[in-house]
Ligand binder design. Structure first.
Ligand code: SF4
Ligand code: SF4
Length: 445
């Protein structure tokens, strides 16, 4: 059948109503190869990957450590330990500040410039992959949890489908695309290993249709393997697991339910990349792969950054064209604006966006344009949910709608009155729906 011009340009029709094709702001940025930033100056390494996951330090002030050496160990089977991002000396054990978790216990590590590292070992079977993921401290971005815990839950739920999510539909973000361009075979290998360990009958790698060359390369790498490459159109937020399960498997995730309830598990490509280091190379997670971009950045690109690098130092290392009036940690729609001076890079940091001008427009009353309702990918009425803020009770249909919100941020993005719709909906969900997070813990693609 002849492909229409629109389909040729945008890809197959999206599987959901609403959503928006956003200007991607990746031109140029996405063509630059991944660069590794070697540590310069003390690293402030968090000793746990999430505030509620407890670990205990296994180093003391004055210890010398090498790259990949354990700095902390898990105190229960839900947590993971953390590893040194370089060789050096432990200056002190003290709290470090992170954007997502606030203060965490940490270690200040002063690099000594040597390339000493822990020796690698190889050779585990499928059953021990999950142990290997735990020992290497691999974390999943969404749901935000250690990967071995996500894998164990998926196996216990008897999932039949694994979807690796490389959609990356938010503007600026380039880490997934660069990973696919530079390591396509490795991503297919790691997907096969994870699919084997999960015991699924189908493994799918979802990529944006418009990266045609990447799609062709992946298809050739996957030939004869059981990973299927599925190219999708990418209106925002096609990258959300709920949208992917609908588009690829034609299954509807109930409002607030886990993806596992639909016999599927969705792993972000960033998670698979970390897993590939652990499974294929016996390397613990010690660096984050981050997009550093925005109009205040001189050398925007995709960087491999040691965990514990202060974000302010990262900004200096990539060069600043102007002082940043606004800093965003994460994607422009789902990230958080923050004062970046004190925060550090963590295991799952994905972007630092720095802009010369801050968005200072003030909210004004709703003009009833309906754009937020039209674009909401799960078909709910954002202003009605926002108004709950001033109400004492909430009807059952509104409770369900609060749970259905996937925190994509699109309603706030399109609102001409600059109303903080998604932020208020998230607050109202905590107040009325009895759940803190959207399906799969919000949108972190
Ligand atoms: S944040 Fe929630 S309400 Fe707003 S567009 Fe996204 S899903 Fe809809
Ligand atoms: S987009 Fe903003 S102004 Fe338009 S209907 Fe929604 S809340 Fe009102």
């Amino acid at each position: 059948m002849q492909m229409s011009l629109l389909t040729h340009l945008l890809g197959p029709r999206s599987a959901f109503d609403g959503g928006l094709y956003l200007p991607d702001r990746k031109a140029g940025l996405a063509r630059r190869p991944i660069q590794t930033l070697h540590p310069e100056g003390p690293l402030h390494v968090p000793l746990t990957v999430r505030r509620d996951l407890t670990t205990e330090p296994v180093v003391r002030k004055g210890d010398r450590v090498v790259l990949g050496q354990a700095l902390s160990r898990a105190t229960n089977d839900q947590a993971v330990g953390v590893h040194a991002p370089c060789a050096g000396e432990i200056l002190s054990l003290e709290r470090v500040w992170t954007v997502e978790d606030g203060f965490l216990p940490g270690a200040v590590l002063v690099p000594d410039g040597s390339s000493d590292k822990v020796p690698q070992h190889q050779g585990w079977d499928d059953e021990s992959i999950i142990v290997q993921l735990a020992e290497c401290g691999v974390v999943c971005d969404m749901p935000r949890a250690p990967l071995h815990v996500v894998m164990r839950d998926a196996i216990a739920a008897g999932v039949t489908d694994l979807i690796v999510n490389a959609m990356e539909t938010e503007p600026y973000l380039t880490a997934d695309l660069r990973t696919l361009v530079e390591y396509p075979g490795r991503m297919i290998d790691a997907t096969c290993e994870l699919a084997d360990a999960l015991g699924v009958s189908r493994a799918i790698l979802a990529v944006p249709f418009r990266h045609r060359r990447v799609v062709r390369r992946l298809q050739s790498e996957a030939a004869g393997r059981y990973v299927e490459i599925v190219a999708l159109s990418n209106p925002y937020p096609q990258c959300h697991p709920v949208m992917l399960v609908k588009a690829i498997l034609d299954r509807e995730v109930a409002p607030g339910a886990s993806i596992l309830s639909e016999d599927a598990v969705v792993l972000p490509l960033a998670t698979v990349r970390r897993a590939s280091d652990a499974i294929l190379s016996d390397l613990p997670t010690t660096h984050a792969l981050m997009t550093v971009a925005g109009d205040a950045v001189e050398h925007a690109g995709t960087y491999r950054v040691p965990v514990g690098t202060p974000l302010a130092r990262l900004a200096k290392r990539v060069g600043m064209l102007a002082p940043a009036a606004q800093a965003v940690y994460g994607g422009p729609l789902t990230g958080s604006a923050f004062g970046y001076e004190d925060a550090v890079v963590t295991h799952d940091s994905k972007a630092l966006l720095l802009f010369g001008r801050a968005d200072v427009s003030r909210p004004v009353p709703c003009v009833r344009c309906g754009w937020c309702i039209e674009d909401c990918p799960v078909g709910i009425d954002p202003p009605a949910l926002m108004r709950l803020e001033t109400e004492a009770t909430c009807s059952e249909p509104k409770r369900i709608a609060l749970r259905a919100c996937i925190e994509c941020g699109l309603c706030s993005h399109v609102c001409p009155s600059r109303l903080p719709l998604s932020e208020t909906i998230i607050r109202n969900r905590i107040r009325f729906a009895g759940t803190e997070s959207a399906p799969e813990g919000g949108t972190r693609h």
